[in-house]
Ligand binder design. Structure first.
Ligand code: HSE
Length: 435
C-alpha cells in the first residue's frame, strides 16, 4: 500500500522530535501501521527541515498552504497555543483531513467544538501528546480501563512545577530562583505562569476528567491554584510531619457530581506519587475493577512527546478505512452518552488541610485557635509549635485537620486571621491520602 502523506505544522521541539522519530523508526512504524507514514509537506523553515533530514519534504512558510494541500491525509498540529492552531485544525477537519495534535490548550478550551466538527466530517482527532507528554495515559484510560467505573485520578502533570518543588525540597531553595533555572533549562512554557500558576495542569486535567468520567470538557470549572506561594518552610514542615508537597491535578466523582481541582497538595511520603521527582510526570488512577494503577514517565521533551504523536499517527493510519461509527470515540464515551454531572464549587469539596500561621507565644493563643476550629466542627489531627527564633515573640504554628468541607475551613481561617494574637495570613494547603 502507498505511504500515507502527512503535513506537519511546526518544526520546533516536538515537531522536530516527530520528524526524527518518524524517519528513524520508519520500518517499525510501517510494520505496525500497515503502511509507511511520510511527511510530505511541513511549515515553515527550510533550514530547520534540512537539519531534520526532511530534504525531500515540501516546505511552506505559511501553515495554511500545508492544511490546504490536497495530497495530505493527516495534519499534525504542533504549533501550540490557541491561535492560529484552532482555525488551522478546524479547516483541516472541514476538508476531511484527520488531525493529530499535542496541543493541550486547544483541546481543553475548544475540544467540544473540534470533536463535534470531526464527527460531522467523519475524521479522527488524536491528542495523546497533549497530556503528560510520553506517558500513554489517554489510551490507558480510554481503552485500557474501558471496563471500569473510574472513581478518581490524581496526577503530577506539570513537569516544571514538579521540578521547582523538588529543587526547593532537596536544596532548601527559594521558588523564584529555581523557576529562573527551569526557564533556562527549557522546561517551562513560553509564559511560565502557565506552569507555576497551574493553568497548564488545568488544561491537562480537563482532558483527563473528560475521558475518565464521560463529561464534556470544562476548563473554566477547574479550581486552579499554583505553587508560587509555597515556601521552603512549608516544604520542610510537611516533611517533618511525614508529607511531601506535590502540585496535583485531582478529578473525583462524588455523589453524582465531579471535583476538578489543581493545587499544591500534601501527600504521605510513603505513597508512590511522593517519589516522583524532577520534571517527571505520573498519574494515579483509582478504578473499581482494577484498583489503583500508576502511569509514570517523561511529561515533556522532543522525543517523549513525539512518541505520543507518532502513536496517534499509527492509530489514525490503522483506522483510516474503519467506519467512523466503529472508531474509539474522541472522549472515550459515545457522544450521545456524555454525563451532565455538575462540577462542584471548591467550597463544596472535602479535603484535609495543613494550616500554618504565625502566633504570639503566650498563654491562651492555642486555646483560641482550637475553639474557632471546634466551633466550625473541624477536627485537629496534629499540632506542631516551633521554638521562637532569638528575639522573636511569635512562633510558627502548624495544624493538620481531618477531612472537612472547604467552606468551613475558609470560615475558620477568616476568624483565626481576626485574632490579635495571630499575625498575617493563614497558609492553607490541602492534604490527600490518595487511598
Ligand atoms: N510546560 C509543560 C511542563 C510541558 O512543564 O510539564 C509539557 O506540557
Amino acid at each position: 500500500m502507498k505511504p500515507v502523506k502527512i503535513g506537519l505544522l511546526g518544526l520546533g521541539t516536538v515537531g522536530g522530535g516527530t520528524a526524527t522519530v518518524l524517519q528513524r523508526n520508519a520500518d517499525e512504524i510501517a510494520r505496525r501501521a500497515g503502511r509507511g507514514i511520510v511527511v510530505t509537506h511541513a511549515a515553515r523553515n527550510r533550514e530547520r527541515a534540512d537539519a531534520l533530514g526532511l530534504a525531500q519534504t515540501r516546505i511552506s512558510t505559511d501553515p495554511w498552504d500545508v492544511v490546504g494541500d490536497p495530497e495530505i491525509a493527516v495534519v499534525v498540529e504542533l504549533i501550540g497555543g490557541e491561535h492560529p492552531a484552532l482555525d488551522l485544525v478546524m479547516s483541516a477537519i472541514t476538508q476531511g483531513k484527520h488531525v493529530v495534535t499535542a496541543n493541550k490548550a486547544l483541546i481543553a478550551l475548544h475540544g467540544n467544538q473540534i470533536f463535534a466538527a470531526a464527527r460531522e466530517h467523519g475524521v479522527m482527532v488524536a491528542f495523546e501528546g497533549a497530556v503528560a507528554g510520553g506517558i500513554p495515559i489517554i489510551k490507558a484510560i480510554r481503552e485500557g480501563l474501558a471496563g471500569n467505573d473510574i472513581e478518581w485520578l490524581a496526577g503530577i502533570i506539570n513537569g516544571t512545577s514538579n521540578y521547582v518543588l523538588t529543587e526547593m525540597r532537596e536544596h532548601a531553595r527559594e521558588f523564584s530562583e529555581v523557576l529562573h533555572e527551569a526557564q533556562q533549562l527549557g522546561y517551562a512554557e513560553a509564559d511560565p505562569t502557565f506552569d507555576v500558576e497551574g493553568i497548564d495542569a488545568a488544561h491537562k486535567l480537563t482532558i483527563l476528567a473528560s475521558i475518565a468520567f464521560g463529561v464534556p470538557l470544562q476548563f473554566d470549572r477547574v479550581y486552579t491554584e499554583g505553587i508560587s506561594r509555597i515556601t521552603p518552610d512549608d516544604i520542610a514542615y510537611a516533611g517533618e510531619l511525614g508529607y511531601r508537597i506535590k502540585h496535583l491535578g485531582i478529578a473525583r466523582r462524588t455523589f453524582g457530581a465531579v471535583e476538578l481541582r489543581v493545587h499544591p497538595t500534601l501527600i504521605p511520603e510513603r505513597c508512590l506519587l511522593a517519589s516522583v521527582d524532577g520534571v517527571m510526570n505520573a498519574v494515579l488512577v483509582k478504578a473499581d475493577a482494577v484498583g489503583q494503577t500508576l502511569y509514570y514517565g517523561p511529561g515533556a521533551g522532543a522525543e517523549p512527546t513525539a512518541s505520543a504523536v507518532v502513536a496517534d499517527l499509527v492509530e489514525v493510519v490503522r483506522t483510516l478505512t474503519a467506519d467512523p461509527e466503529n472508531r474509539v470515540p474522541h472522549l472515550a464515551f459515545q457522544p450521545d452518552a456524555l454525563s451532565d454531572a455538575r462540577v462542584l464549587d471548591m467550597e463544596e469539596v472535602e479535603s484535609a488541610y495543613y494550616l500554618r500561621m504565625r502566633a504570639q507565644d503566650q498563654p491562651g493563643v492555642l486555646a483560641d485557635i482550637s475553639r474557632i476550629l471546634g466551633d466550625s466542627r473541624i477536627s485537629i489531627e496534629a499540632v506542631v509549635q516551633k521554638e521562637p527564633a532569638a528575639g522573636e515573640t511569635s512562633v510558627p504554628l502548624i495544624l493538620l485537620t481531618r477531612r472537612v468541607q472547604e467552606r468551613r475551613v475558609s470560615q475558620a481561617i477568616a476568624a483565626i486571621e481576626q485574632l490579635p494574637s495571630v499575625a498575617g495570613d493563614v497558609v492553607r494547603i490541602r492534604m490527600e491520602t490518595l487511598e
